[in-house]
Design a binder for this molecule. Sequence first.
Ligand code: UGA
Length: 432
Amino acid sequence: MRLSIIGTGYVGLVTGACFAEVGHHVTCVDNDEAKVRVLREGGIPIYEPGLEQLVKSNTALGRLQFTTSTAQGVENAEVIFIAVPTPPLPDGAVDLSFIEKVAREIAAAMTRYQIVVDKSTVPVKTGDKVAETIKRYCKAKVDFDVVSNPEFLREGFAVEDLMKPDRIVIGVRSPRPVAAMREIYAPFDAPLVVTDINSAELIKHASNSFLALKISYINALSVICEATGANVIEVANGMGLDQRIGRRFLEASLGFGGSCFPKDLSAFVKISEQVGYDFALLKEVQRINALQMDRFVKKISDTLWVLKEKTIGVLGLAFKQNTDDVRMSPALELCQRLHKEGARLRVHDPKAMAKAQAVLPPGPQVEYVDDMDAVAEGCDALVVATEWECFRRLDLQRARRVMTHPILFDGRNLFDPAEMERLGFIYKSIGR
Ligand code: UGA
């Protein structure tokens, strides 16, 4: 089918590339000229495993093209996807101005029946507003359908998640667009949930909030484990074998971050408030998450006592593994807090160093180190802040030798406490 994606951010670009990969003809639209130029020249503005190859091969095959013109995107496609940002407002609500603007631009360019699909994460009832807006601004007064089709991509695994989804959610107001949506997703082997738009929109916020709740639950348990001498990984393994619970998203950590969970939780709390429900459960999820960072910082300062003039090596800056994204990154927040206490930092991330420098500028107190094994040199302590697989292969013998004191704080439980003790480290992790 001929499809357009408005917005080539994270979601838009991965979606466009994967749709092209399964044979659709895709036009990706973005108003950022520099980004479109980079993409046309075969470059990729973000790091995401497998994406560059998909973009290159599908562009070469003529199935994927990039433009700055929404009108051209509308002209080229039977189905138009909106994948623009919905950033948070200071009060936790969602800024829908990009969605509204794109809806007007699409409306102005429509000359025939088309389907407009919202893929951006939006509050329930946004679909109604998009439909009203298109109706109002469509000069040609043609028929159209609005569909909600939330995405469930994890950064770092986005191509995999899109190609092999657990489910595809389609929210519609009438049966008319269902056949086209089925055709788009026919190459993907996954159950299709066809429902009303409000439910589809809610499925997205409800899913992300539930996953965040799962993480806060295991993080709360990690506190109990530390107080009782239990091991949170053993507890998670034992719980996770119950199929009603499941093992995934039960990794205790220094807290969740990223551009989705923190924002979506705040938005869902706000949406609930607006419809008259105090979603105190989700507020507690947020509180536990903030507390988890406080507890981790305290663990470091309790051990090192005064942080001023201490040298701390930090492994990881991205908000999670396999990405260069540092938005709302717990690792970066940790660095900022240690830095504020006067510690000197030696930091490393396999992919996120360039983006991190904009937030945590290099200087006499913050040194960016290219080689992960060199980070430990002269450090009073080492901290693991992001769950990159490669950190498991850290040369611990070397770290032990070159550190002033062999102390390792593991905010992601990557290492085995017994092994660390054997190697001569003072080792502190989460919930063990
Ligand atoms: C999340 C959801 O997992 C996706 O399904 C959703 O589509 C996406 O948000 C979105 O709304 O666009 P993402 O933010 O990319 O994806 O990353 P996750 O893998 O969910 O991790 C979020 C945070 O939780 C990270 O900081 C991660 O380190 C942390 N985490 C995750 C834990 O601390 N423990 C876990 O067990 C799992």
